[in-house]
Design a protein around this ligand. Sequence first.
Ligand code: GLU
Length: 423
Amino acid sequence: MTPSVLTLEQETNPWLAAEARFDEAATKLNLDDGLCKVLRSPTKEITVHIPVMLDDGRLEVFTGYRVQHSLARGPGKGGIRFSPDVTLDEVRALASWMTWKCAVVNIPFGGAKGGVICDPRVLSDGELERITRRYTAEIIEFLGPERDVPAPDLNTNDRVMAWIMDTYSMHVRHTQTAVVTGKPLDLGGSRGRPEATGRGCTIVTLKALKKLGIAPSDARVVIQGFGNVGGMAGKLMARAGFKITCIIESDVAVYNPKGLDINALLEHRKETGSIGDFPGAENRDRHEAMFLDCEVLLPAATENAVTSANADRVRCKILCEGANGPVTPAADEILMDKKVFVIPDILANAGGVTVSYFEWVQDRQGLFWSESEVNSKLEEIMVASFDSVVDYAEKHGVNNHTAAYMLALDRVAFAIKLRGIYA
Ligand code: GLU
């Protein structure tokens, strides 16, 4: 299906978006039909319905998924999200994006993703722990340091990873830290992992600014989402001299043309529960704030922030995709016409999984690195990956998104060809 004939509902279906991007890159690469079929379909899709006892004594059943898209280049890798909006199509798309993401930064993993349909805002800590443990137990035979290695994603964190690590370890009868990444530091976590996605976004945005000849001090930044990715990127970008003029959250946006004090804003949210009414800043409508004039727009929340319905209103020079799938393929075409320099998600937010890879390596070696070692290795990978995507785009006359996909597909297809098909 070409993006232009899709309805908005189809355009914002993540799996259809993933297929559209895949098809475009595969066609441009002239990929063999059989290989296309292999790469297009997820290897394994697991659905579980898990009974969990709630605090009030009621028994509830939650639905969870784990999709392993490709294991061609290594164990499955990818986060687990907890959200009422999780669907199998979404998890499927996110799993395939992990395959391409790991290939773009050239780390030895395949792609996977998990999700549980639940609303963590209304669940107690005990309920969340029981959901996590039972979900882990139901998919346990598909997990393992050599099989599939989960990590945090939307609404999951180091504490959830610790429960997964413990549940897995209880089942295999020995402590196995490398089964999951994004763990607390004291349980085999890596230094620099919590900042890694935001740090990666900052590194590639600095590269893009340099390419466009814009000084960081002249860069006004609008960030959508103030969680792990947006919050960290905001802090690090401010430290690098960028002016963070607007932060958008799900209730309100705050704006200060002179630049917001990110640390103070994080503190303000901790105290008041919202970024709204931040001293010295104006409250803005959260939908309109996305279209403020800026050098850098960083959508770091969920999918479909920019679609064909609003892409022509975007007023940035660089769009750094901090979230997974924040721009639909149809919107991409509009942004290209507007000459926006897009840093595609599978490159822009790959800092997280890159440091997850470092965590997995450290756990398996039992030898831990300093934060500066982690950060410099991350920088090396992000810079090299940015250069290869941008060079590829220029050489083949395609946009950065297509270039990143082509590069990734080529690497995964090559691995499959080298391995051959087991029969
Ligand atoms: N959830 C993150 C992502 O979408 C990190 C995945 C990982 O570290 O395995 O890239």
